[in-house]
Design a protein around this ligand. Structure first.
Ligand code: G3P
Ligand code: CA
Length: 313
């Protein structure tokens, strides 16, 4: 607005000056100032729309209350196959999930692998922190037997393996998108390992990087601003839009409690052009509440039941 007011003042000045043919350089300078001000104003006005385009190109049109949300399969299809393994992602894809959610950590030799917990203890036959183990050790672990003997010998996947699969699907009529959570803190250099891989597989339009840690999200922006980012936050701050905008996020991913606590929160976030996703909803009542508030995406451990429920509505 200040720029528009300035342009207006300059315009009046220009009218007076154009009647004086002895001062053409001032006219040219005034015209340039007006054009510059108009351009800057347009950029200011348009910038929320640009973020809206990014959100809608990845998540579809921003929803209204009652609209169907997209379904993101949490850690793959983790009720059917061991979480964050290739069989779990394949199960989600077969079920028809158009989004999968996963968690990434770096091995001690800097390779991104898919694992939720900080240690391998719960979901493999090994022990220790992911960040203390080399890939050559991690890839020998059994990440399936804890879930069921049927999955004995299933390995911890690398991010590269998942992105390669998504790259194959990107060329089909049913591309699958991914919500990729950077677990813990990542430096810009570390985030750059992931962003470079996403570019290598030409998936920058099909993935979003997310983190509970805003500094990590900022470091992902430093690594590669062109890859969309979403902020994960359990409880919404008083100004969620301002908070997310600080980090250039295209979406806020929050809990059911957070959106229930403030019934206008989804609406306010939408008006800024950002999408709202909710984690991790597994019951019909929670799906119903999220849909009635107009969320854009639901992260769930039960992709098939949620898709069926959505289709039946
Ligand atoms: O990424 C959304 C949701 O998965 C966050 O919780 O603990 O399952 O990674 P968590
Ligand atoms: Ca996660």
């Amino acid at each position: 607005m200040a720029l528009l007011a300035f342009a207006g003042r300059t315009n009046r000045k220009q009218s007076a000056l154009t009647s004086n043919p002895s001062r053409p350089w001032i006219v040219r300078r005034s015209t340039a100032v007006i054009l510059l001000a108009a351009f800057a104003s347009a950029a200011l006005v348009l910038s929320p729309d640009l973020s809206s385009v990014r959100a809608s190109s990845l998540f579809g049109v921003i929803r209204s209350p009652g609209d169907a949300a997209f379904v993101a399969s949490h850690r793959g299809d983790r009720k059917v196959a061991p979480e964050n393994t290739l069989p779990a992602f394949e199960s989600a894809i077969r079920a028809g999930a158009r989004f999968i959610e996963t968690d990434v950590q770096l091995t001690s030799d800097g390779i991104p692998v898919l694992m939720h917990d900080r240690t391998v203890d719960r979901t493999t036959n090994g022990t220790g922190r992911v960040s203390d183990l080399e890939l050559s050790v991690l890839e020998r672990l059994d990440a399936g037997s804890w879930f069921s003997p049927e999955f004995a010998g299933t390995r911890i996947p690398t991010l590269e393996q998942l992105l390669s699969r998504l790259g194959e699907l990107a060329a089909t009529a049913q591309p699958v998108r991914a919500l990729i959570e950077l677990k813990g803190y990542w430096s810009a250099e570390e985030a750059g390992i992931v962003t470079a891989m996403i570019q290598q597989f030409e998936l920058s339009g099909l993935v979003v990087l997310m983190s509970f840690d805003p500094v990590t999200l900022d470091n992902a922006r430093i690594a590669d601003e062109s890859i969309p980012r979403a902020i994960l936050i359990k409880e919404l701050p008083s100004d969620p839009v301002g908070y997310a905008e600080l980090y250039g996020a295209i979406a806020i991913i929050t809990s059911a409690d957070a959106i229930a606590a403030d019934r206008w929160a989804v609406d306010r976030i939408h008006r800024s052009g950002m999408a709202v996703l909710v984690y991790t909803l597994n019951s019909k009542s929670s799906w119903n509440q999220a849909i009635s508030l107009g969320v854009d995406g639901i992260i769930t451990d039960r992709p098939s039941p949620l898709m069926n429920w959505m289709a039946d509505r």
